[in-house]
Ligand binder design. Structure first.
Ligand SMILES: [Zn+2]
Length: 53
């Protein structure tokens, strides 16, 4: 039986901002859905997403 360390599990399931790539360890991550897929955006990139680039 393979044992995972807690750190490995959190890294595996870690959500990352699809804009800047920062993880939920560094920034607040919000979930959004686009074209049937679940994506993540951090609080800092959310205004960029709303207003466009
Ligand atoms: Zn971001």
């Amino acid at each position: 039986m393979i044992k995972f360390k807690y750190d490995d599990i959190t890294k595996y399931f870690m959500k990352k901002c699809s804009y800047c790539g920062r993880s939920e360890e560094e920034v607040k991550i919000l979930v959004y859905h686009f074209k049937g897929k679940e994506n993540y955006v951090c609080a800092k990139c959310l205004p960029v997403m709303i207003h466009g680039e």
